[in-house]
Write a new protein. Structure first.
Length: 188
């Protein structure tokens, strides 16, 4: 018999038994059935609210309004998720291409003058993935994100970025292009 194999197996088995007994001795032995039942009830409630929101969304999306709130003729669909009205403006790639002379991808933050691929990646990592979210973010928060990455990013001035992102989100491509042409690298 080969003792070199038997000894590690025996030590492993004894360690497993000892670990199990220690775990059993130090466990509180609490009954979590009340907590489980509470979370099950909460889950049922949330699922019913989700179903209600989905039905409102499908009802609202069938009643889409053409041309409202957009100079590019996009479609605005209203949804009433969780009781609050929000507008979703459809992206019009043709209008964006006509204004900029190149293909624009939806929610491409680099269309904002002053934002390059690295800053776009940094904003994505910090929960700012869309034109809308960028337009709703305070300039101080944008500067805070830039400052967190050191001197290389600290030199950028995000003062106009939310305004530019808002024009992109709202489909105001001609206005955005004109604004960028009139300003020196996104500086007011």
């Amino acid at each position: 018999m080969n003792w070199c194999i038997l000894i590690p197996l025996l030590v492993g088995l004894l360690s497993a038994i000892f670990g199990y007994l220690l775990g059993k001795a130090f466990s509180k032995g609490d009954d979590h059935s009340a907590d489980i039942e509470l979370w099950r009830n909460k889950n049922v409630q949330l699922e019913s609210e989700l179903a209600e929101c989905r039905s409102k969304l499908s009802t609202a999306s069938t009643r889409s309004i053409s041309g409202a709130g957009s100079s590019s003729g996009g479609t605005v669909a209203s949804s009433f998720a969780a009781g609050a009205a929000t507008s979703i403006i459809a992206f019009d790639a043709a209008a964006a291409k006509a204004a900029f002379g190149k293909k624009i991808k939806e929610d491409d933050l680099t269309i904002v003058e002053g934002i390059g691929p690295k800053i776009q990646e940094l904003f994505h990592e910090n929960g700012i993935p869309t034109w809308r979210s960028l337009s709703e973010t305070a300039v101080s928060r944008l500067q805070e994100i830039l400052d967190s990455k050191g001197q290389r990013y600290r030199v950028h001035n995000p003062a106009t970025w939310p305004d530019q992102a808002k024009m992109a989100y709202e489909g105001k491509w001609a206005a955005l292009k004109k604004w960028q042409d009139e300003h020196d690298y996104g500086k007011a």
